[in-house]
Design a protein around this ligand. Structure first.
Ligand code: ADP
Length: 484
């Protein structure tokens, strides 16, 4: 297919390594999940290409780190400006390879760009510390230095923003970066490299290696002693594999893993606000985000009213090709994703859940699944334990606060959670009791570059965004001066 781009040069299919556009021996196809049509054949690098890219990143990094924060900030700022200027084209490429509605894709581009802007600003503020000496002749200073070469592995659900959130702090503090984008969505990453080059990011500092061999490339990145750190967003399953593979070289790691977010609605909640919040937290990106509400707990006094209102709103959603006007839910990313959603719904129905809305594939065929609301959901169902990663809202009933908190925390995950209540004391109590790195209180949308995004428990390590976001890419060095 040919995409309607103002600047067709953004749709590139090569790898970007050490400032050069290169082709591998083979290519792999990228399909539009809404239509099944081929978007492009992309060059397919393999594990044997990793070492060369890492060598280049390693060689380029010291000169980048030696620049002043202000100089790096200026380059990042230009990159941010170019992303914003080209937001329409970047969104078109994103929707074509990933399927989300065009308006959401545009939102993702601006969201991704906001991290580049934010960390461009932070580049100038990598402050150290002085510590009063422990002996009269001693002076102690702490400086912060870039870790070095960063290897990145990212998923398909946010093909732009997941990379932006990592590369921006890394480059801001003086690291270099080797990115392996998801094989389903490499084109957005390559387009970022086109703009990085235009912005003046030096050769070797940002490298993009498309590959169909995720395991092979991942292994090479983890084993390479010149890679100081791996940053990964994806499933907890793959996060465990990468952590094991990083043990031999004691790599630093940032991991943004699975979610399974609870969304609790108390009797005293503002019903309309809670329904709106649930719509955003559940159906954004077709339910395919790691902070999507996965388990919705509703107190018995408000349960029926909430369920009816949510089902009514969901009935009004428009499912279809993300390029069509007014579409709010796109296709699922793959047949496998569709099967998982079907399996979760049929398991719930077999165990006594009721369909209030949806509950089956859409008439459009392909990987379209109707936005769904299930009532009478109980904790013995799969939807209570596993991330569905699709547009299914399972509604559990609860009686009191302690029960809701216990159910919400009964998971190995701890990324995001949400709740709605107007009682100030309860807001504090529940916010402190929920075991997650992020809590949305009377809101279903929490992601922003100004706040630290990340999980506890088996949802990961590290934080992205905010002034804390640079810490994942820095080492502390303590200087002890004696004989003074
Ligand atoms: P998701 O369910 O979001 O696709 P995954 O964890 O399966 O989550 O994938 C996230 C990213 O990790 C993707 O880019 C995928 O290609 C990559 N990946 C999958 N398996 C491995 C592996 N064994 N080693 C390295 N990367 C992997």
């Amino acid at each position: 297919t040919s995409l309607a781009l103002k600047d067709p040069s953004l749709l590139k299919t090569q790898a970007y390594v050490n400032g050069h556009w290169i082709d591998g021996a083979k290519t792999f196809p990228v399909y539009n999940p809404a239509t099944g049509e081929l978007v492009a054949n992309v060059t397919d690098l393999g594990p044997s290409d990793v070492a060369g890219a890492v060598d280049a990143a390693h060689a380029a990094q010291p000169a980048w780190a030696a620049k002043t924060g202000k100089e790096r900030a200026a380059v990042l700022r230009r990159w941010f400006d170019l992303m914003v200027e080209n937001a329409d084209d970047l969104a078109t490429i994103l929707t074509a390879e990933m399927g989300k509605p065009l308006a959401e894709a545009r939102g993702e581009i601006l969201y991704g760009a906001s991290f580049i802007e934010w960390f461009a600003e932070e580049a100038k503020r990598i402050y150290g510390e002085t510590i009063p000496g422990h002996q009269a002749d001693k002076r102690i200073v702490v400086i912060r230095q870039p870790v070095g070469v960063v290897g990145s592995i990212t998923p398909w659900n946010f093909p732009n923003a997941m990379i932006a959130r990592k590369v921006a702090p890394a480059l801001a503090v003086g690291c270099s970066f080797v990115a392996r984008p998801a094989e389903l969505t490499p084109l957005s990453a390559i387009a970022m490299a086109v703009l990085a080059e235009r912005a003046g990011v030096p050769a070797g500092i940002f490298n993009v290696l498309p590959s169909s061999d995720s395991a092979g490339v991942g292994q090479e990145l983890c084993a390479n002693p010149k890679v100081a750190k791996i940053t990964f967003t994806g499933s907890t399953r793959v996060g465990r594999i990468l952590m094991k593979q990083c043990a031999d070289t004691i790599k630093k790691m940032s991991l943004e893993l699975g979610g399974n977010a609870p969304f609790i609605v108390f009797d005293d909640a503002d019903l309309d606000a809670a329904v709106e919040g649930a719509l955003i937290a559940k159906y954004r990106n077709g339910g395919q985000t790691c902070v999507c509400a996965n388990r919705i707990y509703v107190q018995s006094g408000i349960y029926d009213a909430f369920a009816a209102k949510l089902a009514e709103k969901v009935r009004g959603m428009k499912i279809g090709n993300g390029f069509e006007e007014g579409v709010t839910v796109g296709p699922l990313i793959s047949e496998a994703a569709l099967k998982k959603v079907e399996e979760h719904v049929s398991d719930a129905l077999a165990k006594g859940a009721r369909v209030l809305e949806g509950g089956k594939r859409a008439e459009l065929g392909g990987t379209f699944y109707r936005p769904t609301v299930l009532a009478d959901v109980t904790t013995d169902m799969k939807v209570a334990r596993e991330e569905t990663f699709g547009p299914v809202a399972p509604l559990f009933r609860f009686e009191d606060e302690a029960e809701a908190v216990a159910m919400a925390n009964d998971t190995e995950f701890g990324l995001a959670s949400y709740f709605y209540s107007k009682d100030l004391a309860r807001v504090w109590r529940v916010a402190e009791a929920l075991e997650s790195g992020m809590v949305g209180i009377n809101t279903g949308l929490i992601s922003t570059e100004v706040a630290p995004f990340g999980g506890i428990k088996q949802s990961g390590l590290g934080r992205e965004g905010s002034r804390h976001g640079v810490e994942d890419y820095l080492e502390l060095k303590y200087l002890c001066m004696g004989g003074i």
